[in-house]
Design a binder for this molecule. Sequence first.
Ligand SMILES: [Zn+2]
Length: 298
Amino acid sequence: MKYELEPDNRNCPDGELLEDLRIVASQFATNSLIKEQYNTHGRFCAATMQRRFGSWNKALALSGLTVQKRIDIPVGELLSDLKRVADSLERRTVTREQYRVHGHFGNATISRRFGSWGAALKAAGLKPTGWKPPATEEDLFDNMANVWEHVGRQPKHKDFRRPISRYSNTTYVNRFGSWRGALEAFVTAANAKREPGLTENTKPLPIKAKAQQQPAHRTGRDPSWRLRFLVMRHDNFACRLCGASPAKDPSVSLHVDHIHPWSEGGETVFSNLQTCCEPCNIGKSNLPMKEEEGGHPA
Ligand SMILES: [Zn+2]
């Protein structure tokens, strides 16, 4: 299975694609091919063939190769191929479209044999196609930090609704036993974990400068939820420049902003971050900051 970006073959003539199918088939001394053989030995990808000619079998037929019609594919073979595709994609479910690209058999064959696509997934021990993996603790903490920042104070469970929150308070209660337990787990995690941005004497991270004009960084551009939360808490969830806070005015939206801009080599570390409301943030980006203005007290 190829995972690299496919070469842009849009201008490659049909004949050249079909010829390559025959070349690979001759390497295998066969007059038919399965997608995997072609993916490992072909110049193009099976997916490219499918896109160009409508389906893998149509591409085979047009190239003069034999389309293998297997009517009695054992159920176990269908299921293990579904599982193989799920594993190769590192997913716990497979959509019809994913299977069309990566599977050995036809979607219709599978749906027909099991009654429906969903039933086939179930039989293979996979999840339904709409399934999403459960939120990790980090996801829940990240969301909690967002809500906290949004309201500018310790959030209440009624704050956990869309669009402010991605998860309901019930999700938190279920995960942490109680609402209080969720808040405590969050604060413990925010305080306990140490990470590069929180201390100044960290080893350089192996982040290479991409373009010549871009300075090398030892930190990524976006602060983690933990760093964001600690900066905002340090600034009492209020803009450092004008004092605006969503706790007083719900229309205020706060950001964590680089004092020395990241684009100019500023790092994503506690001492180089400050809480800023949107108008101040925009105003700031037009005005160079004076040296003595920046910086959190150590
Ligand atoms: Zn402001």
